[in-house]
Design a protein. Sequence first.
Length: 519
Amino acid sequence: MDMQMRAVTDVVVGTSGTTADDVIAVARHDARVVVSPEALAAVAASRQIVEDLAAKPDPVYGVSTGFGALAVRHISPELRAQLQRNIVRSHAAGMGPRVEREVVRALMFLRLKTLASGRTGVRPLVIETMAALLNAGITPVVHEYGSLGCSGDLAPLSHCALTLMGEGEAEGPDGVVAPAAQLLAAHGIEPVELREKEGLALLNGTDGMLGMLVMACADLSRLITSADITAALSLEALLGSEKVLAPELHTIRPHPGQGTSADNMLRVLGGSGMTGHHQDDAPRVQDAYSIRCAPQVAGAGRDTLAHARLVADRELAAAVDNPVVLPDGRVESNGNFHGAPVAYVLDFLAIAAADLASIAERRTDRLLDKNRSHGLPPFLAADPGVDSGLMIAQYTQAALVSEMKRLAVPASVDSIPSSAMQEDHVSMGWSAARKLRTALGALTRVIAVELVAATRAVELRTGLTPSPATAAVLRAVREAGVEGPGEDRFLAPDLAAAEAFVRSGRLVAAVEPVTGPLG
């Protein structure tokens, strides 16, 4: 989907969930949010149920009681507005660096999506005001630490709710941080005076970790395809055999992702004059695993990604709150805020990303080693000994891979009890999401280093003709500021340009006019 086109289209929030494309449009491209009339009507109906319960003497969690371990106290009507303000203020206890703007926007949009489901019991005014904040480009200041991934992403969501109340700090559309009250006033937005249940409803969801999962799925999908391309370029530069990519070999082990990656590589290599025909040293019966098994490793990542998207889609269709207003009018406590389903797949993706980086680094190392590169100069240097070539680029790549292995340690296997043992098992899904974002940034850089090495190696194979798709990559990457073979130079700018080239999707865009759309 063309997300630039998507950004100028309103995203309608209704009662039946939303899509991953909607999340990305709002979070990354500032799409305008519109709440449907049906959602407003459903919200008003569920609010009436909450108000009817609030008028009764019986205690109802979140309406007329305290929270967490303090739920045993019945709160009198005159203290309930203060109760809702207090939960937001006290729970806005985050610490550490600010979270990225796109993450906060995704978090706000997903909480708005749940509030608009008619299952949380807030007033229509609350969701209208939250939509107004998003449309004004006002982004609450949210901090790195404060969520255990259970009972919702509590501190992150509390900082967003604080802005809704006109308190705390937020970033304006100009990127300047200012008091929230000042920003709301500048955009004609009235702060919300929270009523029964509304403070709790604003805090009780897996929205932060889900937003990061949705964006990670989009990013990893692009990176896996990018890795298919760089693997094909490395195979070509090493004069390897494309026969291992034949469809009939992958049909007999029918993992869908494996077949897709093999097909991608085969199409990139279509028409190559370099694969399998120019082995001047002893003929190779088989290429090394990092070349031969590239589709199996990338394909396993694809299939893991497919499962993660299934989980994300289910969460996007969900209404996560506690208590929740059911269609029959009951207001029931539940455990749907537990982040385990999201946390697990966030961890799975970090593992897949680390292994994809690991195999890419092994291909790069092979390109630089004269004993295994089948005729390429040591470190792809112009004058080895005088020049070091890409020797230290591989060091950087290895450091990134090592970091990714640490980031692949699951967060979701940990649990630290909280709230006086009332909340005695938590998911740590927010932590899983944060480390996955770091891992995907590292994976982008790892693929960029392989791209620099593989393109340089292909160009050093003078007298041989690369595939048309490889030639298209060479043109595009050189135009992007990544220089080719030659004497040693300041290398960091080349690596930064290659990183930007991969991150932006230009690597995939360079080959698809030749290959057609890749999987």
